[in-house]
Write a protein that binds this ligand. Structure first.
Ligand code: NAI
Length: 268
């Protein structure tokens, strides 16, 4: 049986992924700001360093078979800097910090959870995305906390957090594509992929969407006509974690009821 790390294990997609792995008999080291194996606040560099140390302690010198970096922060947070830090800098720090432990087993698997808003939201700040990808967190947080994109008045108040969310998820998808094919990952047998969900009724989202909301009239259309459930996304995260998933790396898989295809018919 294997040993896996799941960040964001206390709720939603992370909890559903944890259940799938545990049901197969694997050991899961959960990481979350809420109660779990390793409790850490991934929004700060210190919290991320503590998380990596806590995971190494739990491993007791052993290797990791896979990491699912699921923890994320929604655009409802007031601080766009925090949105950016949890959605981009946290998964990157956890994956880079544990790359050695992941490589030690010979067929490590890593999955991040991006979002289809990386491609469908008209709110991307290209400068922010470029800054994030340089790895300069301080500069990125400063840019995110400014107001650089004009948005309709009804959502202008939360504009920086919405922009930080969509931009952080786009940067994360780009990081996956760029990193997965480097020798440090690909030639070490490390496979790195992203799952990009659409609207999924995890507890945090469920509480924000009125119960009678029609998926066909959601801000972005959902062609399948239903919202996703955490298990629908966890299914694919789990597939990417399996040793049998051995010829796919650098992929961004949309799990969004067809939204990305509907919004970007010319995209690939
Ligand atoms: P959720 O809110 O149910 O779970 C997120 C988990 O991350 C929670 O357990 C939370 O405590 C943890 N977390 C948040 N901030 C943290 C921090 N600073 N340090 C450590 N842990 C922290 O949300 P859900 O829906 O399961 O989200 C999982 C991932 O899926 C996130 O990355 C989210 O951005 C992404 N996603 C979700 C969508 C949705 O509609 N639910 C759509 C697209 C992407």
């Amino acid at each position: 049986m294997g040993t896996y790390v799941v960040t964001g294990s206390a709720s939603g997609i992370g909890a559903a992924t944890t259940h799938l792995l545990e049901d197969e008999g694997h050991t899961v080291i959960g990481v979350d700001v809420l109660e779990t194996t390793v409790r850490a606040d991934l929004s700060t560099p210190q919290g991320r360093a503590d998380a990596v140390t806590g995971i190494r302690t739990a491993l007791r010198g052993g290797h990791l078979d896979g990491i699912a970096a699921v923890a994320g922060a929604g655009a409802h947070l007031d601080d766009p800097g925090k949105v950016l830090a949890v959605n981009y800098f946290a998964p990157v720090a956890v994956l880079e910090g544990l790359r050695r432990e992941l490589a030690a087993g010979g067929e490590g698997r890593a999955v991040v959870v991006s979002s289809n808003s990386a491609g469908t939201a008209p709110l991307i700040d290209e400068t922010l995305v470029r800054t994030v990808l340089t790895g300069d967190e301080e500069a990125a947080l400063e840019r995110a906390r400014g107001r650089h994109i004009e948005l309709p008045e009804e959502i202008a108040e939360s504009a920086p957090s919405i922009t930080a969310y969509a931009s952080s998820k786009l940067a994360l998808s780009l990081w996956v594509r760029r990193t997965a094919v480097t020798a440090e990952w690909a030639r070490e047998g490390l496979l790195l992929n992203a799952v990009a969900p659409g609207a999924v009724l995890s507890p945090s989202v469920r509480s924000a969407i009125p119960p009678d909301t029609d998926p066909d009239n959601f801000p972005t259309p959902i062609p399948l006509g239903v919202f996703g459930q955490p298990e629908d996304v966890a299914f694919w995260v789990h597939q990417f974690l399996r040793p049998q998933a051995r010829f796919t790396t650098g992929t961004v898989l949309y799990v969004d009821g067809g939204t990305d295809a509907a919004m970007r018919p010319e995209g690939s």
